[in-house]
Design a protein around this ligand. Sequence first.
Ligand code: SF4
Length: 299
Amino acid sequence: MSAIPVTMKDYKVETFPTWCPGCGDFSVLAGVTKALATAGKHPKDVAVVSGIGCSSNLPHFLKAYGVHSLHGRALPVAQGIKLANPDMVVIATGGDGDGYGIGAGHWLHAMRRNLDITYVVMNNEIYGLTTGQTSPTSLVGHKTKSTPFGNIEQPVNPVGVALMAGATFVARGFSGDAKGLATIIQKGIEHKGFSFIDVQSPCVTYNKLNTYDWHRERVYNLQDAGHDVTDFNAAVQRALEWPTKDPAGKEPIGIFYQQTGRPTYGESERAYQVNANPARAQKLGVSAEQRKELLAQLY
Ligand code: SF4
């Protein structure tokens, strides 16, 4: 906890979000900001990295270090920042197309490495920025611009994938539950290791199937249901409840799984043991002795 008090106002910027009124991403922005302030994290110690998509505009809308990177590449950039500056709070954000589609390879490997970062995916089951095509999490039968007769592909199960890939904190939030979402994000930030948070964040403009009301009819809170977050097998069973073909299926939200005590990537990385100084603390350039050695090799 920082000695200097931090409030949500410290994260305020003049730029108003470009999202459509009612977009679920507003709740995620509020949740990230509230979580950081409640956890006592100062903007100077925070970096938010995104990919491409409507949700990936998020780093523009809060005051912290930010990188709006390439499509599907938020996690490689976030991992580089964390490795170079281990004291920084690093949050990666993006959407389902960005993270579970083009960035899927990075997603898997970041989770198994257990870097101490938080990844928040605003999952709206559609490509919003490109005006409404099927995404990796669109349900079977969903009619979109790219699937006028209904989607025929099985959706990715993000929570199930995260559990199998070795993420040590796995959760799902819902933009219609702003308070619960902020709490989940705060716990993810405070968790030591890779925190994965899938957020059901409705696209009110292009996804007329997975609306707020549609989710509200299905969600239930895992913690209210007595779920044990240390029980991996129970987490897998809960993860299988969604995505479902059953129109009356349930959608658990909350923390599915949390494993403490597993070393993070940074803790296991030998380079940090050999040289305790992270890259950001090292001097740029070469010393006079190193220059002499290099010149000796050349001539
Ligand atoms: Fe949000 Fe959809 Fe609008 Fe994009 S198109 S800002 S995802 S509501």
